[in-house]
Design a protein around this ligand. Structure first.
Ligand code: SF4
Ligand code: ZN
Length: 383
């Protein structure tokens, strides 16, 4: 038996400091202290001082309350308390004493952040509209990017000194004490922006930790003026559905506002708007997984229509290390995509994905720079 000497204040669980097994413990009042006494069947008795003044223990006990736990536990229930610590879903108490890290570390309102759905938002919009949700952050404990809940909004007057950091992917303005992730010989490290030196390499994400919903090219180009040539019986299947619903293609054309020739003539394509229109009216059709052709300003592109993670990765590469260049050509404005990268691996990956989706695409590949003239990709990249 343990704890016979003093008055039993509370039973609790503790663990054996030797084998770390969870064992019964008792909080005992003894010599004016609150002690925890416990006994491991294998390693014997142990005691620790819990409170050196039992009166303070009793005072705090008056405020004890079993709460409902936290909404955002950081660990899973796996091995039981205390091994799941972190907080786990079983933890009952709420924050009693909040430790607020007082800081004015800030960025300017035009700084963009990435939301959980992959959309990009300016910080000022999040603050002004008190938007909730998750934003992409840096998990300092595990050194990986992770989405974190927005827990508050603060607008501060800009201090006199701000630091502008320019990299070849953009310009950012910070308060001097703000940190950024820098590549060092020891791996990624956070460094205050006022300590950055010219030539320091700051990290930019190559791949977002989101799983984009699989979509097809019609959805991405729904607002464009592009014409779609879809091979196979794709149009046949649409026509069947229309005939069933409207009785005839003529009636379907009238009621949907789709040109009759587009429906009946197999040599004429359906436009992106027609296809979107049909989807909005509840017609469901799979575009299929064979190549389609899209016509933009008299130029035809062969494209694989089902867009998976590779395609979004390509857009991410264009967003981070590329840009859309627009210029005048024979009185018409046109655009192309340039991708700059010193990494041969990334450039090879870029080309590999381009040829997966656009097998007929030609590119100009010169030291660290790839140019491609592809108005479909330009249209999507600009969105
Ligand atoms: S977080 Fe979970 S494991 Fe940690 S003390 Fe609370 S209940 Fe125990
Ligand atoms: Zn033990």
């Amino acid at each position: 038996m343990i704890g016979m000497e003093g008055e039993l204040l509370k039973r609790t669980k503790s663990f054996c400091p030797d084998c770390l097994k969870v064992i019964e413990g008792k909080v005992i009042e003894e010599d004016g202290k609150a002690l925890i006494k416990k006994e491991c069947p294998e390693h014997g008795k142990f005691q620790d001082t819990y409170y050196s003044d039992v009166e303070i223990y009793k005072r705090f006990e008056n405020f004890a309350e079993v709460g409902d736990g936290v909404e955002n536990p950081r660990t899973k229930e796996q091995r039981g308390c205390p091994f799941d610590c972190g907080l786990c879903p079983n933890h009952k108490s709420h924050t009693v004493l909040s430790i607020i890290d007082v800081t004015n570390r800030c960025v300017t309102g035009d700084t963009e952040v990435i939301l959980e759905d992959g959309n990009i938002e300016r910080i000022e919009n999040i603050v002004n509209e008190k938007k909730e949700g998750m934003v992409l952050s840096w998990d300092r404990a595990n050194y990986v990017p992770s989405f974190e809940k927005i827990i508050g909004w603060q607008k501060l007057d800009a201090p006199e000194i701000l630091v502008k950091v320019t990299s070849h992917t953009g310009k950012y303005t910070f308060t001097p004490d703000h940190e950024v992730l820098v590549d060092t010989a020891r791996g990624p490290m956070l460094k205050r922006v006022d300590a950055l030196k010219k030539g320091d390499k700051i990290y930019s994400l190559a791949k977002l930790p989101i799983s984009p919903k699989k979509t097809d090219i019609i959805e991405l180009l729904a607002n464009s003026e592009f014409e779609f040539f879809v091979y196979g019986d794709f149009k046949g299947r649409i026509k069947e559905q229309l005939q069933q619903k409207f009785g005839s293609l003529k009636k379907a054309s009238k009621s949907l506002g789709i040109k009759y020739e587009r429906l009946i003539d197999s040599k004429i394509s359906l436009s992106a708007k027609d296809l979107r229109n049909l989807r909005e009216k509840g017609f469901s059709f799979e575009i299929g997984s064979s190549f389609i052709k899209i016509k933009v300003h008299h130029k035809t592109y062969k494209i694989f229509p089902l867009l998976d993670e590779d395609f979004y990765y390509l857009l991410g590469l264009i967003d981070s290390d590329g840009h859309v260049e627009s210029f005048e050509e024979a009185g018409k404005s046109t655009s192309y995509i340039s991708f700059f990268n010193k990494s041969d691996n990334l450039s090879a990956r870029f080309l590999e994905i381009v040829s997966k989706y656009f097998p007929e695409q030609t590119v100009r590949n010169e030291s660290d720079r790839i140019d491609l003239n592809n108005l479909v990709l330009v249209e999507i990249a600009k969105q």
